[in-house]
Design a binder for this molecule. Structure first.
Ligand code: ADP
Ligand code: MG
Length: 386
């Protein structure tokens, strides 16, 4: 293949980020720690990442002037937002190093394409059918019911999904979703949800973190525990191998998160993937010797990717805006002093101007010598937070 570009050495280069959310903010922090300058492109005047980067280009993702400025002033560019139009990444790739590639991000943007990729990579996913027409709707195998109808594009945090029990409910749900292309997935009995983060370099170096066990509430990640408390070694090894296989088959460059369902019958199926650092990997900021954000910086810059080492048992609690609105009494600031008095607590707030229910405001990492100790502190912290 083509020669790899020379590494962008720390202290000598500027890295660009498409998207100004919390993932971009934590990427910028990691990049700045290594001595890179950062430029964030985001349409909002105020954003978590824009506020900490050396420069914020306020422009839409398809604004050609904004993209041209980003390419002019950055040596390499990544994205923190998987729904950034693939054509924006393609445009930038004509001018600069871009990772992950537009083609990889495009696969992750469409559930139907993503599932086809999993199957091609030899990794089983949930039984499903693609629905883009009345003919396909009528042809759906009733064995897929009860199921979950999901829009193929733009879904996140459980949005764009409807649970359906019957053929009639399926038809109604598809109309309610405005008949956009969808995937119907069989509703599977989940023992637990798992994820694995991998990082891959342009030279093919591939490293991974240990398997993560994730608890969702209302379709939004609530808690991640590592080591995964309920997962036997053979299932963990299977998840790690599958995630590495998925990244390899995409010729992926950057950090990739692969999410799995671990079923009641013991089988492991892949759910979806995210072409970026992931909420379930936030524990790595305090529980591992290199964070997922530093690995993203390294992969983008062409630096070595060391195999990460988990040094502490970790629990991550997501902090949603609901915590600022307790059921009794008016809006409040959560009890940070009490929480931070607990051993091994590490608070990360994203600098969002205003708390709203369901909004990701930050996360609390808890590290300890043993999983039991981390779990116990997490329970105490959760009780203090209400
Ligand atoms: P999102 O892109 O919104 O994260 P997911 O496809 O991951 O969408 O679905 C969100 C959550 O809904 C999952 O984490 C899981 O808890 C539940 N879920 C999704 N698909 C299934 C399924 N086929 N069977 C059982 N639960 C599911
Ligand atoms: Mg998900």
């Amino acid at each position: 293949g083509a020669a790899l570009p020379a590494a962008l050495l720390p202290g000598t280069a500027t890295l660009g980020v498409l998207g100004g959310g919390q993932l971009g903010r934590m990427f910028v922090h990691a990049a700045q720690a290594l001595g890179y300058r950062c430029i964030v492109l985001d349409p909002d005047a105020i954003s978590p990442a824009g506020a900490v980067a050396e420069q914020h280009i306020q422009a839409g993702y398809l604004d050609s002037l904004g993209l041209a400025r980003l390419a002019r002033d950055c040596d390499a560019i990544t994205t923190e937002f998987e729904n950034v139009p693939a054509v924006a990444l393609q445009t930038l790739a004509g001018m600069r190093v871009v990772a992950p590639a537009a083609a990889s991000v495009a696969v992750c943007q469409d559930r139907a394409v993503e599932k086809a990729h999993f199957e091609a990579a030899g990794v089983p996913c949930a039984p499903h059918a693609v629905i883009t027409s009345d003919v396909e709707l009528a042809a759906v195998n009733p064995a897929l019911l009860p199921g979950i109808l999901k829009t193929s594009r733009m879904g996140y945090d459980g949005k764009g999904q409807v649970r359906v029990r019957t053929v009639a409910e399926l038809a109604t749900a598809w109309s309610d979703l405005k008949r956009v292309p969808c995937v119907l997935e069989q509703l599977l009995p989940l023992k637990a949800e798992l994820s694995v983060l991998v990082a891959r370099g342009a030279d093919g170096q591939l490293v991974n973190y240990p398997v993560q066990q994730n608890l969702h509430r209302d379709g939004i990640l609530a808690v991640t525990e590592v080591p995964a408390p309920d997962v036997p070694a053979d299932v963990a090894a299977q998840a790690v191998a599958a995630a590495r296989q998925v990244a390899q088959a995409l010729n992926y460059v950057g950090v990739l998160c692969v999410e799995f369902f671990w079923l009641d019958d013991g089988r492991l199926v892949v759910n979806e993937m995210a072409p970026r650092p992931h909420n379930s990997g936030h524990w790595t900021m305090n529980g591992a010797n290199v964070s997922q954000f530093e690995l993203q910086v390294r992969a983008l810059a062409g630096l070595p990717l060391p195999m990460p080492r988990q040094h502490s048992a970790s629990v991550m609690l997501n902090l949603l805006g609901d915590l600022w609105f307790p059921p009794a009494g008016g809006p409040t600031t959560p009890a940070w002093s009490q929480v931070l008095a607990l051993p091994g607590t590490h608070l990360h707030l994203y600098g969002k101007s205003e708390a709203r229910p369901g909004r990701k405001m930050g996360h609390l990492n808890i590290t300890a010598e043993t999983p039991e100790a981390a779990h116990a502190v997490a329970l105490q912290a959760a009780a203090l937070l209400g």
